[in-house]
Design a protein around this ligand. Structure first.
Ligand SMILES: Nc1ncnc2c1ncn2[C@@H]1O[C@H](COP(=O)(O)OP(=O)(O)OP(=O)(O)O)[C@@H](O)[C@H]1O
Length: 278
């Protein structure tokens, strides 16, 4: 970490505009937030409020022909805006892991899960092929994926979206990045697997000190896992702060409305002390 900052992620005046025939249309108003090592920042807000766009902007995955962006994103004090596309490709994966809503997009259909898993590990670490396969098998097993040996031989289209989601998380677990961007990581999963994934994310931050940006519609998940929260509405941050503060004393009318419609099922399961039978 660069001297002078104890923040893994610093986002300042981050703004995104859509290029259209009618001119630039603002999609994200200038955003500002920071995240310390080992902390989880939840991003909540209704559909279309700008959560995914924020994640894509941090990862520098916006299409330059479609979008214009400005502002600063720093990772451990390093301004990502100054890096070349090649440098950013190295950063993505090793230093910023990502778990996106549509896992199919993260895989190439013509290569097996195993070859993509091993290739990713070996691109970012100095381990042998055999060690990479062993790590992959252990990581897949820890994600409650059945028969990891067979799974490695399958192609992405041969397994469900939920399984692919867990494969992506397993890859991130192996790479132990300082920052993980998880955009609705449990949306495609059933309740048992949602809990498994959330526990693995929690383990990643406690054991590896990974900081996590966690986007979720589920306020129960955010209140249980996140340390701080950003509430977005129409491309703006309307409120941000420590989870307890925002959930106990929401100041903004929109946050109050979100909390009134808060689901409780996952919270109850997650906070239950009874171990889940897997
Ligand atoms: N490629 C694009 N072209 C045009 N508009 C876009 C594009 N991507 C996002 N937007 C617009 O930007 C706004 C924010 O979208 P974003 O996907 O970030 O929302 P979100 O909060 O993640 O929603 P959801 O919870 O449904 O994923 C929306 O109004 C969306 O229509």
């Amino acid at each position: 970490m660069t001297a002078g900052t104890d923040h893994v992620l610093e986002v300042e005046h981050l703004q995104v505009q859509l290029k259209s025939n009618a001119g630039l249309i603002p999609l994200l108003e200038p955003l500002r937030f920071k995240l310390q090592k080992g902390r989880i920042l939840g991003i909540v807000g209704e559909s279309g409020s700008g959560k995914s766009l924020t994640c894509h902007a941090i990862l520098r995955l916006l299409q330059p022909r479609q979008m214009e962006w400005s502002g600063t994103v720093r990772l451990n004090g390093r301004d990502l805006g100054t890096l070349s596309d090649k440098e950013m490709r190295t950063i993505r994966g090793k230093e910023i892991g990502s778990i996106m809503q549509n896992p199919m997009n993260a895989f190439t259909p013509v290569y097996t899960i195993g070859s993509q898993f091993v290739e990713t590990l070996r691109t970012h670490t100095r381990i042998s092929k055999q060690q990479a396969i062993q790590q992959a098998i252990e990581a897949l097993a820890s994600m409650n994926l059945p028969d990891p040996h067979k799974l490695l031989k399958k192609y992405p289209f041969q397994i469900s979206g939920g399984m692919l989601q867990r494969v992506m998380i397993a890859i991130s677990m192996c790479l132990k990045p300082p920052l993980l961007i998880a955009d609705e990581p449990t949306t495609a999963l059933d309740v048992v697997n949602q809990l498994q994934v959330l526990r693995e994310l929690d383990r990643l931050r406690y054991e590896c000190g990974t900081s996590i940006v966690l986007v979720s519609h589920d306020l129960g998940v955010i209140s249980q896992l996140a340390d701080e929260v950003v509430v977005m509405y129409k491309g703006q941050i309307v409120e941000q702060g420590e989870v307890a503060q925002i959930f106990d004393q929401p100041q903004h009318e929109y946050t109050q409305m979100l909390l009134r419609s808060r689901p409780t099922a996952i919270i109850d399961r997650l906070s239950s002390s009874t171990p889940i039978e897997l």
